[in-house]
Ligand binder design. Structure first.
Ligand code: SF4
Length: 380
């Protein structure tokens, strides 16, 4: 960490919180997220350790104001009703929630119960994000998911009936996935009453059960993604970010804060956070995470403060993920006009229909979003 730099000074104004629940009912074969099936006593250990980590942060940054809170994983619905009550009480002890705070919880259709929805409604939850992945039973079996399409529907319907703003995640690029299946899943999603849709392309990740699957077995993602970019806006879901579509007013404020490099406290094993430009990653694995905090140390495994072109490039990539793109004046003020010119120069090496440079903003076009990885590799 550079001298004269104290990342633990309380951030001005509010911040976001990401809390990682590292448990799942079963490990999906493609998943590289930090999660495992909890063994006896591990949920209790996690709860106790999260409290320790919150105390550690409180002694450094006080009791911050939360503008958004995102409880994800893993599978937060692996926690029982009483465990959720403990968790929420813990958060209430260590943070002040803004009156209009956006509070999102992730739910797996297989483990979502009425007790979750009842408690979330009584607490301060505003959004429920459901890992539906597909409305096709054969695809769900192929993905190793424990739920059926019917169960995904039930989870969505029950969440909507409880009054939440609902997101659902869907995956494309699966081996053998037909365009017809993808279009059917999207059509059902768009007509289900949810207000937000997130799309993920299946990728082969090291360390997963599918790590040795040849990339060629995946289906091409270009056409399904292009279809989504045309179809979802025609049903009222505007594309506000590369992977995210929402009805007006239902965009995820938590994620927008992340793409705008806002302050976000990451809590839990393997969680990442960023405070005043200093970003950090927690120790992975419940054992090491817990041992470190128990011995009075922090949960942080590594931290760095990006500077110069590297920081500007990362900020540009994050901003270009969003439809609104880079706000030129703010970007030039923060990183310098030379960095702004460098970004424009890099984009100008690509065909002109992939991006637009206006007086106020620099954006990727929908076509540019389809080939964003090629653009990122030049920018960073
Ligand atoms: S439920 Fe989600 S987090 Fe858990 S293993 Fe499957 S993909 Fe990973």
């Amino acid at each position: 960490m550079p001298e004269n730099m104290n990342p633990f000074e309380p951030p001005a104004g509010g911040l976001s919180l990401y809390l990682h629940v590292p448990f799942c009912e079963r490990k999906c074969p493609y998943c590289a997220f930090e999660s495992k099936v909890p063994s006896e006593g591990e949920k209790e250990l996690w709860l106790q350790t999260v409290e320790r980590e919150l105390l550690w942060w409180e002694s450094r940054i006080g009791r911050p104001l939360l503008l958004t809170c995102y409880i994800g994983g893993g599978t937060p619905t692996v926690l029982s009703g009483p465990e959720w009550i403990r968790l929420a009480e813990m958060l209430e002890r260590h943070f002040t929630f803004d009156a209009g705070a956006e509070v999102t919880v992730e739910a797996n259709p297989n483990s979502l119960r009425a007790e979750h929805l009842l408690f979330w409604r009584d607490w301060r939850t505003t959004r429920v994000s459901i890992g539906a992945q597909s409305f096709d039973d054969a695809e769900l079996i192929q993905l190793g998911r424990l739920h059926s399409a019917a169960r995904a529907w039930e989870a969505i319907s029950a969440s909507l009936a409880s009054g939440f703003s609902v997101n659902a995640d869907f995956m494309f690029g699966l081996p053998g996935q037909t365009f017809r299946n993808w279009a059917r899943t999207l059509s059902q999603a768009a007509g289900s009453g949810i207000a937000h849709i997130s799309l993920y392309q299946l990728t082969i990740e090291p360390g997963t059960a599918w790590e040795s699957m040849p990339e060629e077995e995946l289906s091409d993602g270009y056409l399904p993604y292009r279809w989504a970019q045309w179809y979802l806006p025609s049903k009222g879901f505007g594309q506000y970010e590369i992977a995210n579509f929402a009805k007006r007013g239902h965009e995820s404020r938590h994620n927008i804060n992340y793409w705008k490099e806002g302050d976000c406290l990451g809590i839990g094993p393997g969680a990442s956070g960023q405070i005043r430009g200093w970003r950090y990653k927690n120790i992975s694995g419940l054992g090491g995470y817990s041992d470190s905090l128990k011995s009075g140390k922090s949960a942080i495994a590594s931290g760095e403060r990006l500077t110069g072109s590297r920081r500007a490039s990362e900020a540009a990539v994050l901003a270009l993920r969003m439809k609104q793109g880079i706000e030129r004046e703010a970007f030039a003020r923060k990183y310098g006009p030379d960095e702004e010119s460098r970004v424009i120069k890099i984009l100008e090496a690509f065909p002109g229909d992939l991006y637009s440079v206006g007086t106020d903003r620099i954006c990727l076009t929908p076509k540019g979003m389809r080939v964003a990885n090629r653009i990122w590799s030049e920018l960073v």
